[in-house]
Design a protein around this ligand. Structure first.
Ligand SMILES: [Ca+2]
Ligand SMILES: [Ca+2]
Length: 229
């Protein structure tokens, strides 16, 4: 009787060990980004080879400094675009929604974003799980860690290693160089006017006097820089 229980336990533990070994650890890495105030920049979250782990879901939580960056969107990646197609709702289901359909599902609160990715097939190979689309805040300087606090596959059935990224704000550049060609001249006066008229968006570079507005004062400032006033 005792021997029978021992043998049974042995078989169970061999099966359990085989399952654990089969589900290979996946490394999840946040990319490094950079941009000037006003820029829109995509930062990828990538995964190492997923083929051996039969993954059909992934939950990610990431933290960043919300005084520097504003999350404007989260997109599916090369690894998860098939999932996006697999779980697409029918026209009837879409019509019943009270909020717009968005894949992946994500929720952002005070610099923490939670992302839920899922599908019906298993992931294959290495690639991008999702892309974070950040807008660099107008008064941002310095840098922020893009800190992965969670990247859980199959509700934790597959172990993961987390690698943080960072985002650096570029505040260099020549003041008054609205069109960013390296020189300050009459073209920048024209560029500033075009920005005000809505002809072309030069982003934060058009706010030459850095008062968060783009108006005639910035045109005057460019002229003064050219004149050396
Ligand atoms: Ca210029
Ligand atoms: Ca201004």
């Amino acid at each position: 009787m005792g021997k029978k229980i021992f043998v049974t336990l042995g078989v169970v533990s061999v099966v359990f060990m085989a399952t654990v070994v089969w589900a290979q650890e996946v490394t999840v890495t946040v990319g490094n980004g950079s941009g000037a105030p006003g820029d829109i920049v995509g930062v990828p979250i990538t995964a190492s080879d997923t083929t051996a782990s039969a993954i059909n879901s992934c939950d990610i939580t990431l933290r960043y400094n919300p005084t520097l960056l504003t999350l404007s969107d989260v997109g599916a990646g090369t690894l998860t675009s098939a999932w996006e197609r697999e779980v697409q709702l029918t026209d009837v289901e879409l019509a019943q929604l009270t909020v717009p359909w968005h894949y992946p599902v994500y929720k952002e609160t005070s610099g923490e974003v939670k992302i839920a990715l899922y599908g019906t097939s298993n992931l294959s190979g290495a690639g991008t799980l999702a892309t974070l689309i950040f807008k660099v805040n107008a008064t941002a300087t310095g840098s922020t860690t893009l800190s992965l606090t969670k990247a859980q596959f199959k509700e934790g059935a597959v172990s993961s290693a987390l690698v943080n990224g960072s985002f650096t704000i570029n505040t260099g550049g020549v003041v008054g160089d609205v069109d960013k060609n390296g020189a300050v001249n009459s073209l920048d006066v024209q560029a500033c006017v075009n920005h005000i008229l809505g002809v072309q968006d030069y982003g934060n570079a058009a706010d030459v006097n850095k008062d968060t507005l783009v108006n005639s004062l910035d045109v005057q400032r460019v002229v003064n820089i050219i004149l050396g006033v």
